[in-house]
Design a protein around this ligand. Structure first.
Ligand SMILES: [Zn+2]
Length: 203
């Protein structure tokens, strides 16, 4: 699992999309930890697509507050996107384009924007509402976990004593608060914890 080289020495400015879910919360934790450990001067910015009726920004802000404390770092968050597409993957991609477009008008050029998207596991590829995920990196957008499935994220969280992150994360795409247990994201999360024989404290 790629965990220790998000911030290259040649980078001046790096971004990350934070949704309040498990994957981006872990990546936020790892990137900010790396910035502190390397005493990096990189400018770091997070973006959140405030998805319609899903409290995405609130959930992202909650996790950012916790990680600011854990890693003793101040984290900037910018709301982007907001286009109401039928599919949440399209909403996120619109947010990415919005972020890149905003960055064109800032002083420091952005070197890389990270997306913490994981792949659709074979077990769930025929489940209702399966998302359209493309794990490839493109232009200034990197998806380092694009070939990993969510059970690997849960495994890393469990093995690295990051259990406090779990109850504040929110993955459901139907309910603004809590988890419905039925939407694809909930099903994926339940699957990932079951694979690890672990209990999900957010449910
Ligand atoms: Zn759900």
């Amino acid at each position: 699992m790629k965990t220790d080289n998000f911030i290259l020495d040649s980078y001046n400015k790096v971004g990350l999309f934070v949704s309040g879910g498990l994957d981006s919360s872990l990546m936020l934790y790892l990137i900010t930890k790396e910035i502190k450990e390397k005493k990096s001067n990189v400018e770091f910015i997070t973006y959140t697509v405030d998805q319609h009726g899903k409290n995405t920004k609130t959930h992202a802000d909650d996790i950012i507050k916790v990680i600011e404390k854990l890693n003793d770092i101040k984290i900037t968050n910018v709301k982007v996107g907001g286009q109401d597409y039928a599919h949440s993957d399209f909403e996120i991609m619109y947010g990415v384009l919005d972020a890149l477009n905003r960055e064109r008008f800032t002083e420091k050029m952005i070197d890389m924007i990270y997306l913490a998207a994981t792949c659709v596991p074979d077990d769930l590829k025929n489940a209702d509402g399966v998302p359209k995920r493309h794990p490839q990196s493109f232009f200034k957008v990197s998806q380092p976990w694009g070939e990993l499935s969510k059970d690997k994220i849960v495994e890393y969280i469990l093995n690295n004593n990051l259990l406090d992150l779990i109850p504040i994360t929110h993955s459901c795409t139907v309910l603004g608060q809590g988890h419905c247990g039925k939407c694809w994201n909930c099903v994926e999360r339940i699957w990932a914890f079951e694979k690890n024989n672990a209990k999900d404290s957010a449910f």
